[in-house]
Design a binder for this molecule. Sequence first.
Ligand code: GAP
Length: 444
Amino acid sequence: MEKITSLAKRRGFVFQSSEIYGGQNGAWDYGPLGIELKNRIAGMWWKEMTRLHDNIAGLDAAILMHPRTWEASGHVENFTDPLVDCKKCKSRFRADMIPEENLSAKKCPDCGGELTDTRKFNLMFKSHIGPAEDTANTIYLRPETAQGIYVNYKNIIQSNRMKIPFGIAQIGKAFRNEIVTKNFIFRTCEFEQMEMQYFVKPGTDEEWFDKWRRQRWAYYEKLGVKMDHFRWHQHGADELAHYAKDAYDIQYLFPMGWRELEGVHNRTNYDLNRHSEFSGKDMQYIDQDNNNERYIPFIIETSAGLNRNVLMILCDAYDEEQVAEKGNDDDWRTVLRFHPDLAPVTAAILPLMKKDGLAEMAQNIRKELQDDYAVDYDQAGAIGRRYRRQDEAGTPFCITVDYQSKEDGTVTLRFRDSMEQVRVPRAELAARLRQEIKAYKRVK
Ligand code: GAP
């Protein structure tokens, strides 16, 4: 993880938030390569969920919601972590994350000091809206995006004439006052979720739950990641969230071990029932194709962390490879083996020399490709070093313009993974890239 964190900073994927002030715990900033990667992952998920399904609609609900939302959802009452504090060193721990023997002996795992009793700590960030700081003006930063979907479900049925079964997809920020925020961007206080809520007829929920589990697994297969680093974990009765009847996590083998990447939950009709009760509004679905049968739909939720997906993709892509045996640092290269659809830069255009018209030709190629591809231009330093820089950024293709290019109009196309080079006529570059991206298969 240290290597990935350091590469992420060096190459402008992720920076510590407010670094000049010593950093802000649980918050990270995405640099030029990081925002491209994050946007591509989000774009891939959005396409999968909305464009590839004619019965899933998109939504972007506000972060700030009416505070009754969180009473109805159960978060005010139940969204808590068990906490203990050390009376001596003042460290704070999640009770479920320290060894059982420390907890039962009330002994601090860091300094051996006495621990307080376990108490419940609500993870929602609370603030006030408007000028007066009284309880009437309490507002929460949403701890999950899902509730914005539930409160809009009837609006979407009406505006888009949706019929059950149908889904609503949303990508957006969520906030949790997490106590343990180590492991880089894995668990943070501010993060983004990619959530899809699928509304189904009661009684068909288990069948849809299984279908969505299969679809989410197939999605990760499409990303070209190492599937032997993926597994399912079914929640035991003590792990289930207050709203869930059944839940499975897709876990990924991160450097610190198997951890949750995404959850698939059968949330029953809990949320809609509660919103109906708390708002006084009828949340029933009227099935016009079935004698106007009325019912509160069950909800199957797929909930993935966008930032956690960024971390997964970085970990999965990271590789160190020996490429020579000269006995120096250059024998090894660091390479990010991103799928070309996810790579922040698809192709880098590199003139062998700045002079003799090579830079002009390379700039023209950049202009020809930039409409269709994310391209980078780099003319600084030895060509070998420039290739290494692009390998570290995960750029799948490098296009080198050399003296032969001036003579016969061909350029060198270099492949990141194999480091092979072929000559391609300049006029065929765009089509060749398209073909290579489509045919891409992860080999290492
Ligand atoms: N709406 C359901 C829900 O929020 P969750 O299991 O609490 O369920 C879903 O969260 C996903 O959101 C997780 O699988 C994880 O990827 C991401 N996530 C949750 N808390 C996070 C945090 N503190 N930092 C980063 N990602 C987080």
